[in-house]
Structure formats: structure tokens, C-alpha cells
Design a protein around this ligand. Structure first.
Ligand SMILES: *Cc1c(COP(=O)(O)O)cnc(C)c1O
Length: 401
């Protein structure tokens, strides 16, 4: 043997003794049934798997709010599901209008460029959502075949609150609409059929509260006809929906499915069905708004004005004199709470996706956040912040619960 065995540190010595509370922009904490399912390996083909896939599709139809049969999974991150939507519906010279107001909507545009599409970027000013009149004009001039956008821009915490209007407008011009809902699906309303959306993308580790690495996508009937009738094969073999159809709709082999991850997502979807979408949306809104109230009462500023503010991930301006990176490191090391920095902006982000939206996590997180800022020399009012969080939760309890 020329290569000696490496000297290793045991995993338990690398991992923190007390798990970190994952309150960043994903991955998020997973519920016990999801963790348990994720530890099981079964045959990727056969009757047991077929039953599980059937249920995953049924539950997905509820979560995506679609009657379309074309639900599929993909062994890969949310980005793989994004690429599956792009590479199946878009090819050389397809005219694509990319509504871009952040990092992830920009990624959709980049993916479309890479398959040779003619991409026009509809750039939305920072901290705003797309203006419908301007969008209509651009559609009339450019005449896109496909429009891409993101429901919740995790990167800068902007929410395209007029998604329904954008999708309906695009549909009126015959465009196919691709929506990235990785961050938002099951945390806030998205009506795939009613809003005329042709492809909805989600990942595991955000709104769904499953594990990273297994993602779901839903195509409308109309989108699937486009895929079925395309002349050239999709250039990516693994992401080819016509091949994925074998596993997801014919119980046969495409590639070995990520069985444990599919079992995990089955459990995550089952928990959503049990909770119901109505209750889940209400829980997310209640928790996120109360946390926002608490953060403001600490004396801090939220990054995005309410008209475009995302609830699923909260963006907070870093106070003067404190370094973003030091803040994230300190809250993690000292308080065992993980929050996220940001791509190029001087904000930190606290997630409100799935299991993150639980009252006990909110109290621990806000307390840790306030203490961390205070430790680093910031001037905040911690008792008022904590009290406002409690008031925020109570006010909404008495209104709706
Ligand atoms: C996280 C995220 C993605 C990418 O997901 P990965 O699993 O990291 O590939 C795409 N879009 C949005 C809106 C996201 O929040």
C-alpha cells in the first residue's frame, strides 16, 4: 500500500456535543419521524417503494395544490430541481424572461443561459417586487415563451407577493411560468393550478423541513406536453423528466433513487398533511411576525419594507460597529444557535421555515441573538424585545387561535 491510512478525528469529536439549533437560511431542524425514516434503506424498486412513491405524489399534489399527475423527485439539492425545470422546458434559442431580484432568481437565469436560451433579465430594484405594468410592457415587446421567478428570495429576504398576478399575467400571454418555491412551499400560500403555474420547484431542507439532497418538482399538464413533444433529448441524462418518468410513474429503473431521503420526504409531507396547509401557514405567519416584532423591539431594523418582506426568512440589518461574520460566529459558539449571514449584504438572516417556526425556538433564538449583540458591544433592549415576542404571539393567539 503506497497510500497510508489517514489519521482521523472521530465524528463525535468533530460534531458539537450539544447540537446547534439551526435557525439560519437552511438546512432547518427535522422532526423525529423524518430523522427516523432517513435512517432506513429499502429496495429502490418493488411494491413497497411503489406504494411510498404513490403516497409522496398524492401528498405533493396537496402541498403544491395541483391536480397534475406530473410530480417527480430528484436526487439532488433544490438547485437540481431548478435545473430539471429549466433543462426540460428550455433549450437552444428559447426566449426566456427572468424576473430577477436576488441571488436565486439570478441562478435560474444563468441556468437558462447555459442551455442556450435567449435570456432577457427583468431586473427588479432592490427590496421591491416586480411592477406589473412594466412587466406587461416587457412581455409585449420581448414575447417570451417562458418566464422564471422565485416566490421567496432567501438571499435578500424579498417576497414576490404578487406571484399570483405575475403568473396569471404571464399565462394570458401564453408563457410557461417556472416558480422556485424552495424556501416558501408549505410556509405560505401557493396555488399551482389556480394561479396557472407550469413548474414549481422545492428542496428538502427549507420549508418542507426534510433533509437536504432530495427535492421535488411539479409540472403542469401543459408543461409536460411541451416536454413530451420536444424534438431533441434533454442534455442532462439524470435530470431528463422523460427518463425520470420511468421511476416516478412506471415503477421502473432510471437511476437508484435516494431511498432514505424519499422516506424522509414522505414523513415530512405526511406531517404537513396532518397539520393542514391552513394551520401551517397560520403558524408560520404567527411565529414570523412575532419574531419580527421582537427584533424591532430590541432596537434593530428589518432589512426589507413590509410590502416586499418575506416571512419565511427574516433579514436584519447588522448594527453599526458589529461585523456580520463575528456575530454569526459568536451566537453559534456561545449560544449554540446557528443563524446566517448573507451574500454581499450587511444583514443577518433568521429562518422561519418548517420546524424553525416553533415558539420555544423563537424565545431561545431571540434571547441568544440579543445577548450576542450585547456581548459584542451593541446597544439593544433585550427585556423589551423578549416581551414583544411574547406579546406578538399572544395578540395573534387571541385573534385567530
Ligand atoms: C436554498 C434555495 C435554493 C437552492 O437550494 P439548494 O438546495 O441549496 O440547491 C434555491 N432557491 C431558493 C429560493 C432557495 O432558498
Amino acid at each position: 500500500m503506497h497510500i497510508p491510512t489517514p489519521e482521523l478525528t472521530a465524528l463525535e469529536d468533530i460534531l458539537p456535543t450539544e447540537p446547534l439549533l439551526m435557525m439560519g437560511a437552511g438546512p432547518v431542524p427535522i422532526p423525529e419521524p423524518v430523522a427516523k425514516a432517513n435512517s432506513i434503506v429499502i429496495n429502490h424498486l418493488g411494491d413497497t417503494m411503489a406504494k411510498i412513491i404513490e403516497q409522496v405524489k398524492q401528498m405533493s399534489r396537496y402541498v403544491f395544490q395541483t391536480n397534475s399527475k406530473w410530480i417527480m423527485g430528484v436526487a439532488g439539492p433544490g438547485s437540481a430541481a431548478m435545473e430539471m425545470a429549466i433543462t426540460n422546458l428550455i433549450w437552444q434559442d428559447t426566449k426566456v424572461l427572468s424576473i430577477t431580484n436576488g441571488f436565486f432568481s439570478g441562478r435560474l437565469a444563468e441556468m437558462a443561459r447555459r442551455v442556450g436560451a435567449n435570456v432577457e433579465v427583468f431586473s427588479v430594484p432592490e427590496q421591491q417586487i416586480a411592477n406589473l405594468d412594466a412587466l406587461k410592457q416587457t412581455i409585449e415587446i420581448f414575447k417570451p415563451e417562458v418566464i422564471t421567478l422565485v416566490q421567496g428570495e432567501t438571499s435578500n429576504t424579498v417576497c414576490n407577493k404578487n406571484l399570483e398576478e405575475v403568473a396569471k399575467l404571464a399565462h394570458n400571454y401564453g408563457c410557461y411560468v417556472i416558480v422556485d418555491a424552495v424556501c416558501t412551499l408549505s410556509t405560505m400560500p401557493l396555488q399551482m393550478d389556480e394561479w396557472n403555474i407550469d413548474a414549481v420547484i422545492t428542496g428538502g431542507q427549507k420549508g418542507l423541513s426534510s433533509i437536504p439532497g432530495v427535492s421535488l418538482i411539479a409540472f403542469s399538464e401543459r408543461a409536460y406536453q411541451r416536454i413530451h413533444s420536444r424534438e431533441k433529448d434533454c442534455p442532462q441524462w439524470c435530470l431528463d423528466a422523460r427518463l425520470a418518468e420511468k421511476f416516478w410513474h412506471q415503477s421502473s429503473y432510471h437511476y437508484t433513487a435516494p431511498v432514505s431521503g424519499i422516506l424522509a420526504i414522505h414523513e415530512a409531507l405526511a406531517l404537513i398533511c396532518k397539520e393542514t396547509l391552513e394551520n401551517r401557514f397560520a403558524r408560520h405567519q404567527r411565529c414570523s411576525l412575532a419574531l419580527q416584532r421582537g427584533i424591532e423591539a430590541l432596537g434593530l431594523k428589518l432589512f426589507v419594507p413590509e410590502a416586499a418582506r418575506l416571512n419565511s426568512v427574516i433579514g436584519i440589518e447588522v448594527p453599526n460597529g458589529i461585523a456580520q461574520k463575528a456575530l454569526c460566529q459568536h451566537i453559534s459558539n456561545r449560544y449554540r444557535v446557528e443563524i446566517a449571514g448573507s451574500f454581499g449584504l450587511n444583514i443577518v438572516r433568521i429562518g422561519q421555515m418548517g420546524e424553525q417556526s416553533r415558539a420555544h425556538h423563537l424565545f431561545r433564538t431571540l434571547h441568544a441573538f440579543g445577548c450576542a449583540i450585547r456581548d459584542l458591544g451593541g446597544d439593544i433592549d433585550l427585556p423589551t424585545g423578549m416581551a414583544e415576542l411574547e406579546r406578538g404571539l399572544q395578540a395573534q393567539y387571541s385573534d385567530n387561535f
